[in-house]
Design a protein around this ligand. Structure first.
Ligand code: RNT
Ligand code: ZN
Length: 411
């Protein structure tokens, strides 16, 4: 078994400095999505709508703020690094009966306290689904001006809340807008809804905030369940909108046709944009939002971020919701895999490989890439977990088992 010293030597021989890689990884914050903890229900609704779905009924899901926070703390104790929590507006913590257009920063104070106590950043998302005014999957593009205005107000309120997070935590907060809008069958008008969405976004973004505190992103998609034929907020729509209005695109890895790869889109976006946001997910045949694995595409995404020197300008968020397994384990597996992929990418001798490509030395390029796959990555990963004071290998799973026995089983 390779020790960390042996691993450092082996990587050193190909010009890779393991300690430097670890130092760089420590600075990356990944946004852990609150919604894996309760199957995207939130605290203000009872049913998930919007063309997305969490399948499975594993026992023990969080049903109130205390449970969700406790579960997150458990997960974070098993994940190396300092991170962020990604919240949705539907997770407001308040005794008031308040609709989403009227939400204010104070309704998220408990989350700010939680973040401060646990050295976390916070990101935010307006919730334009699981609500009576979104029951037909028409929000910002709704032909009814009253409904459109309700959602515009909600998005404006969200930006204010994200700005509050940014100020309170001295860390830029991402406010990401995703809407479910679309039609099940062949539409009679495609440009109309998109025009309404464009105008709604103009209105939402008409308020200026300091970009030190608030970053805005917009997330496109190809289809949803029940809205298979037409999506108002398509990728092209948002890419054009973002380019013209100096906003950030958020690429969700499940939101493209199955053979399109987000890893390939990353360098293109980085060439034309200052920042980029990601929802890292795993689509299995469709936008199924499976837990991310340490697979080829995840590695490729991380490699692009590292070789484009983009770790400082990307917002990495996770977006999956599996209700068929222990939800805390889902977080831990996904977050640890994101960290693994980044570490793996940081341990890759990108300059040497690039040179082979530029010199048309494709034979050596393939040989080198394949040999790299069996380098002692595992030893470095274990070492990273050790210095970050989190369990190594599958040790963390024991903690999940006792938590399930002691806490989840009693819910
Ligand atoms: C849906 C989008 C969106 C949601 C979350 C809950 O397809 O990916 O990001 O998953 O906002
Ligand atoms: Zn997403």
């Amino acid at each position: 078994m390779a020790s960390i010293d042996e691993a450092k030597e082996v990587y050193g021989q190909i010009g890779v400095d393991v300690d430097k890689a670890i130092e760089r990884l420590k600075k990356v914050r990944v946004s852990m999505h609150c919604w894996q903890g309760d199957d995207v229900l939130g605290f203000d609704s009872t049913e998930l709508t919007g063309g997305i779905s969490a399948t499975g009924n594993y026992p023990g899901k969080a049903t109130n703020p205390d449970q969700l926070m406790a579960d997150m703390k458990k997960a974070l104790s098993l994940i190396p690094g300092n991170h962020k929590i990604n919240l949705h507006a539907s997770y407001a913590i308040t005794d008031e009966k308040i609709d989403r257009d009227k939400l204010e920063p104070k309704h998220f104070k408990a989350w700010v306290d939680f973040a401060k106590e646990n050295n976390l950043g916070l990101d935010f998302n307006p919730t334009l689904f699981s609500h009576p005014k979104a029951s037909d999957n028409l929000t910002l593009s709704n032909p009814d001006k009253n409904i459109r205005d309700f959602w515009i107000d909600h998005c404006k309120a969200s930006r204010k809340i994200a700005e509050y997070f940014g100020k309170e935590l001295s860390m830029t907060s991402l406010n990401n807008i995703w809407i479910p809008d679309g039609y099940k069958d062949v539409p009679a008008d495609r440009i109309g809804p998109r025009r309404r969405l464009k105008e709604a976004l103009d209105e939402i973004f008409s308020e200026n905030y300091d970009e030190k505190y608030l970053a805005d992103s917009i997330e496109g998609k190809v289809f949803g369940i029940g809205v298979e034929s037409y999506t108002v907020g398509s990728h092209e729509f948002y890419m054009n909108y973002a380019a013209k209005n100096n906003k950030m695109c958020l690429l969700d890895t499940g939101h493209y046709h199955p053979t399109e790869m987000v890893s390939d889109k990353i360098p293109t976006m980085l060439l034309f944009n200052k920042n980029l946001a990601l929802h890292v997910s795993r689509p299995v045949r469709w936008d199924s939002d499976h837990v991310i694995l340490f697979d080829d595409e995840l590695k490729e995404i991380a490699k692009e971020l590292v070789r484009c020197d983009a770790l400082g300008r990307v917002f990495i968020g996770l977006d999956f919701f599996d209700a068929s397994i222990n939800r805390i384990s889902a977080w831990v597996v996904g977050m640890r895999n994101m960290e693994k992929a980044l570490l793996y990418a940081l341990l890759t001798p990108h300059e040497a490989l690039k040179k082979m490509q530029d010199e048309a030395n494709f034979t050596e390029l393939m040989a080198s890439m394949e040999e790299l796959k069996t380098y002692p990555f595992g030893a470095v990963w274990d070492y990273y977990c050790q210095v970050q004071n989190v369990p190594q290998k599958k040790e963390w799973y024991k903690e999940i088992q006792s938590y399930e026995h002691d806490v989840l089983a009693k819910r």
